[in-house]
Design a protein around this ligand. Structure first.
Ligand SMILES: C[S@@+](CC[C@H](N)C(=O)[O-])C[C@H]1O[C@@H](n2cnc3c(N)ncnc32)[C@H](O)[C@@H]1O
Length: 357
């Protein structure tokens, strides 16, 4: 199947822009984000504690405005004795409502528990479903349907519990009402392995601790995570580090391997088992890089200082400042990717310590 991007039909997803290759996807399912939360791991102890307090404030009522097959509602009914109601744009099981546009006034009297559709504006085009989501993006400054859904839910109710993408943590979405967010590493959905967390929001004007947890384990607050990611380096100048240079003297494996034994790591080029000929301008996972102003004698120390800093960051943030990458490793831990912006900051910090020697 070959097709130019302008002539693609609905649901013809672009697989390779270079070769004009596409594949047909289920446009309705993708544009409506109809992936159901079939596993109960999202309702862990901290989330349950939050929900119980919220339910007490709202007479035990729960609304899911994106209810799908009702998995979330069935769980809060059976586990917490909640009185539940659902809405959906499709499926015929619930009253029909376009909840990306507005929620009914009754939402004010309920706790919202939901897993809304996820669809990034840029991937809507690639997936060939842009026309199905266009009206929502046209009416909002947000770049993903889940953020538009959060806007609607937070406007409508004092308490919102939402299963949303883990990338929410680094998205800059306003967190002034965020009481806690728990990253769930185990699979939550029957037919996608999208990395997710469950975010719990409280009323406007009340203290919101912004605690971030890995499952039930507290890791840091959101501002602490943001501070860890900002890595305060004494910067020797932006041009001092060049990424994706096949002849570079430093190797970078920027992604955890699925075997759980080969983590993200900086290497001396001679020790990095990756063909330099494969490095492209667009490489994001394995690469070589160059620090032109560094004397050869200091290279080894730079690599080990960078790995130490990376290790400290991973430990302090429970990995949550690194992007999730393609599901879990064989031990069930989420694989991570080090983006080059953070890799650069780590190297700058390592350079600052090595230059002092
Ligand atoms: C990710 S599924 C979640 C379903 C359910 N909450 C769960 O967790 O199993 C999203 C649901 O939102 C519905 N949906 C998508 N766009 C919608 C809209 N604009 N208004 C209301 N529901 C919508 C889809 O039909 C789908 O059932």
């Amino acid at each position: 199947m070959v097709s130019g991007s302008l002539t693609r039909n609905i649901g013809e997803m672009l697989v390779s822009a270079e070769h004009g290759r596409t594949t047909q996807i289920d446009a309705d399912k993708v544009s409506r984000g109809a992936y159901f939360t079939t596993d109960a791991a999202w309702l862990n102890e901290p989330v349950e504690g939050f929900l119980r307090a919220a339910l007490a404030a709202k007479g035990g009522r729960v609304l899911d405005p994106f209810a799908g097959d009702g998995h979330l509602l069935a769980l809060v009914e059976s586990r917490l004795g909640a009185t539940t109601a659902g809405l959906d744009i499709a499926g015929g099981r619930w009253p029909t409502n376009d909840s990306l546009l507005s929620l009914p006034a009754e939402a004010r009297d309920a706790v919202i528990v939901t897993n809304p559709p996820y669809l990034a504006n840029h991937s809507a085009s690639r997936k060939g479903v842009a026309s199905l989501a266009a009206e929502y993006f046209a009416a909002s400054a947000q770049d993903n349907l889940y953020k538009i859904a959060l806007d609607r839910c937070l406007e409508a109710s004092d308490f919102v519990v939402a299963v949303i993408p883990e990338t929410f943590l680094l998205s800059g979405y306003p967190a002034d009402r965020l009481v806690l967010a728990s990253v769930i590493e185990s699979p939550l959905f029957a037919d996608t392995d999208a990395p997710a967390l469950v975010a719990c929001f409280g009323p406007v004007g009340q203290p919101a601790a912004q605690n971030i947890l890995l499952g039930s384990e507290p890791i840091a607050t959101l501002p602490e995570l943001q501070r860890i990611r900002s890595v305060n380096a004494e910067r020797p100048g932006r041009d001092a580090i060049h990424f994706n240079v096949p002849t570079g003297r430093i190797g970078l494996r920027a992604v955890d391997a699925a075997d759980a034994e080969t983590p993200i790591r900086f290497y001396l080029a001679a020790d990095f088992d990756y063909p330099a000929s494969k490095v492209r301008h667009s490489s994001r996972l394995m690469t070589y890089l160059e620090v032109p102003n560094l004397e050869p004698a200091k290279l080894g120390r730079l690599v080990s200082a960078a790995n130490d800093i990376l290790g400290d960051i991973r430990a302090a943030s429970g990995d949550l400042v690194l992007a999730p990458f393609k599901g879990n490793d064989k031990t069930g831990r989420r694989r991570r990717r080090l983006d080059y912006a953070l890799a650069r900051k780590i190297l700058e910090l390592a350079l600052a310590s090595v230059s002092k020697l």
